[in-house]
Design a protein. Structure first.
Length: 256
């Protein structure tokens, strides 16, 4: 079965994300030793990779809302009876979609930082090393191990309805808590990138450039932890044991 045009574009977007993130990483490294124009070229390559992540998100959400169960991920995390809010949040309902959300948010924050920042030449290239490497890594994982837009094998039966999201996850907390934590985790990438920029090029303004991003990341993580705590106590069967979950406790490390 041939994929719909949005799903096809989404798959193409994953390749754009991987290819241009990798190119951005190479150009960023080149900018440290070669002509300073490589930093600007790396910025352009990363911007194209971000467009690729947008295409991938569009393709996945189109498949979710149109119940395209030929896409394996859609058949796993959604169903025809699932409310629209949980169809949207199915984006991050499992590993494959979570990787896409992570890559998309890194691209978004880095794109915003490049638009508002004043870095040029080697400093710009050094700044782009971390987000480019991270985006290329996640894109590679999606393409080869956890593709959110992969179809069932050609000879397999395509289900008429999906399995649907786990009932425990069909909660307002699912629509709020994970994105807030992802926003916090990915937003911290920007101060970390400025720190790497300082280490490699002795950029003097890196602390000033990092201040707002660090505060914003801390606010996202604070809100995510609070909502997660409420969700854990509200949801039947979870109770106070949420604070023993190492995955959730990992959000406390960058917060502290």
């Amino acid at each position: 079965m041939n994929p719909s045009l949005p799903v096809f574009l989404g798959r193409f977007g994953l390749w754009i994300l991987f290819s241009f993130s990798f190119l951005s990483l190479l150009f960023s490294i080149c900018s440290l030793k070669l002509n300073i124009q490589w930093g600007t070229i790396a910025k352009r390559a990363f911007s194209i990779s971000f467009l690729g992540s947008i295409l991938a998100v569009f393709g996945l959400e189109y498949a979710l809302f149109n119940h395209d169960f030929s896409v394996r991920y859609v058949a796993t995390v959604s169903s025809k009876s699932q409310p629209p809010a949980y169809l949207f949040s199915a984006w991050w309902g499992s590993l494959e979609g979570s990787l896409l959300l992570w890559a998309f948010l890194i691209g978004l924050f880095c794109f915003m930082a490049c638009l508002r920042g004043k870095l040029k030449g080697p400093s710009l290239g050094a700044f782009l090393i971390l987000p480019s490497a991270t985006s290329a890594f996640f894109a590679g994982l999606m393409l080869y191990f956890a593709n959110p837009l992969a179809s069932f094998p050609q000879n397999n039966f395509i289900p008429l309805d999906g399995i649907g999201m786990n009932p425990l996850l069909q909660n307002p907390g699912m629509a709020i808590h994970p994105p807030l934590l992802y926003l916090g985790f990915t937003c911290i990438t920007i101060p970390a990138s400025y720190a790497i920029c300082h280490l490699l090029t002795r950029e003097k303004n890196w602390i000033k450039l990092s201040e707002r991003w660090t505060s914003l990341a801390w606010l996202f993580l604070t809100a995510g932890i609070i909502v997660g705590s409420w969700w854990a106590y509200y949801e039947l069967g979870w109770g106070g044991w949420w604070f023993w979950d190492p995955v959730e406790n990992a959000s406390l490390m960058p917060w502290l």
